[in-house]
Write a protein that binds this ligand. Structure first.
Ligand code: ADP
Length: 518
């Protein structure tokens, strides 16, 4: 590693060592190689471009969607004695122009810009007059429409890069990228796939947990009572739910605020500010809250509803524990959440291919809520890690209930899926197994199948839950968009042949009791 880089780290930031990934990324950039860097939230992505910015002769242009963070970053750099500025919609036209001109004169080492600016031709032309050594793209997953936060203006970045008389080095940074999204980032920015540096996504200080079959309200109130004075975020899926929950919590005497897109800008800014400065302990919010919040001591993130996919979940949950201290990430699952998320996808203006992809992601999110394996491991596998270690401290790793053999029950479900020729969804499979005398069952003569009614001692709801479990554990796969059909997986074949056994913690029946009690 470059000595000058170490010196800059010490001199400007006061740190002795680079973190894992930082040194690799910085070394490559200093060698002039374009790089995609994938690091978890709190991993230290900013330094990956700030250090090279200090060592390169020209300007470093940072594209960031986070207007609120730009000012904080620029102020922090200023305090460290580094000349930096930002240009975004918070400035007047003239102010923006002046800053650009000063940047072209070489006044700043770093210039932060909002991607929307790149859609203004005059602005891009003015950028071309700057001597830019490095272009850093923050939240780079926003460039991919397969990412969970696609920003069309990010698509203007590649054209902007070609504007400069001398090609700048490019670094794209993100904390959330599936293999698909990473490939997309590489392709759109013209960076080779082998120029990706990923440090892994694991966040060892986060304790993941899924709560099912319990009243979400009771759990939440109880948790908040036990963890009074700990700052945390409660995410809910709708504005209405945010209003209801925050009012209930206020009645209980908690210092609680709310945040959603239906509130005035002033009220939102106030909530954010008060939460940031520990004036409010709990913030109840929709997913409108978060991008750009930089509060390091968030001790818990509770999802009152299941979010739409794992990327969104991990990003939101990942706002806990940025300071590295132990923090809880709890998801309260209720089957109604599935309906709500499907409704959101249906109502959206995405084209069919995108909707299809969203449904698939939703299925994987549902899988997270039903798996019995390590929750952190499940997330890491989703992001492409082939064989992650168990974290040892998530709800599932700590679940010491006996595992029981449910091979026979699994065989019943799997053979029913087979008899139905992998042409029906979860609901229909559950109906047939439960022996429901539904009109559709009769019309398709499914009551004549040998697997009709073979699980009639259980309710359809319990069978559905068990099917979710089998899907989460990859004995079944769901195929198709809004109405996916169940199909057998490679893993299921050995179960059907009697070569492999299926185990589940708590029997299928015990889970029924827990659900009925709720
Ligand atoms: P990210 O953008 O990846 O979420 P940040 O760049 O905001 O993370 O960094 C997270 C925190 O880690 C910041 O407080 C930062 O000062 C700190 N940090 C970054 N690099 C180092 C380092 N090498 N040594 C110690 N602390 C670091």
């Amino acid at each position: 590693m470059d000595d000058a880089a170490h010196q800059a780290l010490k001199k400007y930031f006061g740190y002795d060592e680079f973190r894992r990934g930082q040194d690799q990324i910085i070394t490559r950039l200093l060698d002039g190689e374009d790089t995609v860097g994938i690091m978890p939230t709190g991993g230290g992505k900013s330094l990956c471009y700030q250090i090279p910015a200090l060592l390169f002769s020209g300007v470093t242009l940072v594209v960031s969607p986070l207007i609120s963070l730009m000012k904080d970053q620029v102020d922090a750099l200023g305090n460290a004695g580094i000349q930096a500025t930002f240009i975004n919609s918070s400035l007047s036209f003239n102010e923006g122009k002046e800053r650009l001109a000063a940047a072209a004169r070489g006044k700043y080492k770093l210039v932060y810009i909002a991607p929307e600016r790149l859609e203004v031709p005059d602005f891009v032309q003015a950028l071309g007059r700057m001597q830019v050594s490095l272009v850093a793209i923050d939240e780079a997953h926003c460039i991919s429409q397969w990412g969970h936060d696609f920003r069309p203006s990010y698509r203007s970045i590649p054209a902007m890069i070609t504007r400069f008389s001398q090609k700048p080095v490019v670094v794209a940074l993100t904390a959330t990228a599936t293999p698909n999204v990473t490939a997309d980032i590489c392709q759109l920015l013209g960076i080779a796939q082998n120029h990706v540096i990923a440090t892994g996504f694991a966040r060892d200080n986060l304790n993941f947990q899924v709560i099912r079959g319990q009243s979400a309200d009771v759990f939440l109130f109880d948790y908040l009572k036990k963890n009074q004075d700990q700052p945390g975020i409660v995410y809910a899926a709708t504005r209405k739910e945010v209003d209801r929950l925050s009012a209930r919590l206020a009645e209980k005497g908690l210092a609680v605020g709310r945040y959603h897109a239906g509130l005035s800008e002033q009220e939102r800014a106030m909530s954010q500010e008060r939460f940031l400065y520990d004036d409010l302990t709990v913030l109840v919010a929709t997913n409108a809250f978060g991008m750009g919040i930089n509060k390091s001591n968030v001790r818990f993130v509770i999802h009152y509803n299941m979010p739409r996919n794992i990327e969104a979940y991990y990003q939101e949950a990942g706002r806990a524990g940025r300071d590295g201290d132990k923090s809880d990430c709890i998801l309260l699952f209720s089957p109604q959440d599935i309906r709500l998320q499907k409704f959101f996808i249906d109502q959206s203006e995405m084209d069919d291919a995108l909707k299809h992809a969203e449904y698939h992601k939703l299925e994987q999110m549902i899988g997270y809520c039903h798996t019995e394996s390590c929750l952190q491991g499940y997330i890491l596998r989703y992001f492409g890690d082939k064989d992650p270690d168990n974290c040892g401290h998530c709800g599932n790793c700590l679940d010491t209930r006996e595992r029981s053999d449910v091979t026979i029950e699994a065989q019943k479900v799997l053979s029913c899926v087979k008899r139905l020729r992998e042409r029906y969804g979860k609901m229909m499979v559950a109906k047939v197994l439960a022996g429901a005398s539904d009109q559709k069952v009769k019309t398709f003569q499914l009551n004549r199948l040998s697997t009709y009614g073979i699980m009639q001692e259980q309710t359809q709801k319990q069978i559905s839950e068990f099917i979710e479990f089998l899907t989460a554990e990859q004995y079944l796969v769901q195929q198709g968009g809004a109405y996916p059909v169940l199909a057998l997986s490679e893993r299921s074949l050995s179960v059907l042949k009697g070569e492999a056994k299926v185990y589940k913690k708590g029997s299928v029946r015990a889970e029924r009791l827990a659900v009925d009690d709720a």
